[in-house]
Design a binder for this molecule. Structure first.
Ligand code: DGL
Length: 269
């Protein structure tokens, strides 16, 4: 038994796709969430900047004596997963679990990956999947505008701007006739209804946040690290009101308190 919190971080709201699943599978765990809303998006930045931000986010979570860190961010998982090497606690990223789930799911061997620009340029999901099954056909599309649309709360299934943007981004996946799509950025499950409407019922969507949460649950169980308390603490680096409004919709439950933190003490500017 270990009741120290699980630390979860993302550039903003995206990591709540991990929290949503953790709420379902590990409701008794204590969780500290950090969304770097003052510096979102990460996915259009250079690898050096993403690594720097990831290290600062991890230092902040360590200051809360977390027992495990989940990089609930496809971009950090793709570009900065090596920051885990210097961490004193275990680290779970979102790429490997989602890649494995997609390989299990596909029948045709044609898989699509949606991610940020940094994630797609890194080929992280593609490489992982080809390691498992080299004959796969993988089509990747960078969808940076999705991150901004989700952060703005434009997530309604009928939102005209988001639907039009999604139609344009998804066209290459429709043309490639994929049967499985990895939502490789943790922001994207927030608009999975729109993506499902365009891709159609026969296409399976893999939620990278859900898969990472299931991996974390499995890890804690196997290593006898489950805790109790069920406390949730949410921290952001800017605009807590805007975070809590959309977070409430995404989690289907109101978030009573969101605290603002300055990363200056953790190496940030
Ligand atoms: N949610 C993140 C990801 O999974 C980051 C998106 C961004 O900040 O660009 O990639």
């Amino acid at each position: 038994m270990d009741s120290r919190p699980i630390g979860v971080f993302d550039s903003g709201l995206g990591g709540l796709s991990v929290i949503k699943e953790l709420n379902r599978v590990l409701p008794n765990e204590n969780i500290v969430y950090f969304g770097d809303t003052g510096r979102v998006p990460y996915g259009t930045r250079s690898a050096d900047t993403i690594v720097k931000y990831a290290k600062e986010d991890e230092r902040f979570l360590l200051s809360h004596s977390v027992k495990l860190i989940i990089a609930a961010c496809g971009t950090v998982s793709s570009v900065a997963a090596h920051t885990a090497d210097s961490l004193p606690v275990p680290f779970i990223e979102v790429v490997t679990p989602a890649a494995k789930a997609a390989v299990r799911s596909t029948k045709s061997g044609k898989i699509g990956v949606l991610g940020t620009s940094a994630t797609v340029s890194s080929n992280s999901y593609k490489k992982k999947m080809l390691e498992i099954r080299p004959d796969l056909e993988v089509t990747q599309v960078a969808c940076p505008l999705f991150v901004q649309l989700v952060e703005a709360g434009w997530i309604d299934r009928n939102d005209e701007v988001t639907v039009a943007t999604a139609k344009r981004y998804l066209q290459p996946l429709v043309e490639a006739d994929v049967d499985t799509v990895i939502l490789g950025c943790t922001h994207f499950p927030a608009i999975k209804g729109i993506i499902a409407d365009i891709m159609g019922d026969s296409v399976t969507l893999i939620n990278s946040g859900t898969e990472a949460a299931l991996t974390a649950a499995d890890y804690l169980k196997k290593n006898d690290l489950l805790g109790e308390g069920g406390q949730r603490r949410y921290f952001v680096s800017d605009r807590p009101e805007s975070f809590s409004a959309t977070a409430g919709i995404l989690l289907g439950d109101e978030i009573s308190q969101v605290e603002t933190v300055s990363l200056e003490d953790f190496g940030g500017k």
